[in-house]
Design a protein around this ligand. Structure first.
Ligand code: FES
Length: 149
């Protein structure tokens, strides 16, 4: 039975199995490869997307759980917070290898939408689920502070 999946404002009919992780539906079926596979077990945050506006790890979420939800991926991000984060990311030269960055940005935008003026503790708490192997945490924190202004 095909599932109706709303991604970035567009409805797709997908025929993957009900338990297929959303990450693989996005990457393999819909060819949206901006969302990354890091650990596959909900530990690194590389696969973060927004489900009904909330940052969510797509590697641990079966297709059937999101068939009625609105999904936003890095490809579909827009709005004032997204532009502020993207601009701050460039100003602070945040990425190193870049692999985790789409997940980092998804979490950063969600943080700023929920809390437009986060302090360092808020930032560290909200971003703690997004691991960066290159250790760009200080630049991420500075960019979020900058984007919040
Ligand atoms: Fe999903 Fe690591 S790939 S949390």
């Amino acid at each position: 039975m095909p599932y109706s999946l709303s991604v970035n404002g567009q409805v797709h009919l997908v025929e993957d199995e009900a338990q297929t992780p959303l990450l693989w539906v996005l990457r393999d079926t819909l060819k949206m490869t901006g969302t990354k596979y890091g650990c596959g077990v909900g530990q690194c945050g590389a696969c973060t997307v927004h489900v009904d506006g909330q940052p969510t790890r797509s590697c641990s979420l079966p297709l059937i759980a999101v068939a009625e939800s609105e999904i936003t991926t890095i490809e579909g991000m827009s709005g004032a917070e997204t532009r502020a984060v993207q601009d701050a990311w460039v100003r602070h030269d945040v990425p190193q290898c870049g692999f985790c960055q789409s997940g980092q940005i998804m979490s950063a935008v969600a943080l700023l939408r929920a809390n437009p003026a986060p302090d360092d503790r808020d930032i560290d708490t909200s971003m703690s689920g997004n691991i960066c192997r290159c250790g760009t945490y200080n630049r991420i924190r500075a960019a979020i502070r900058d984007a919040a202004q």
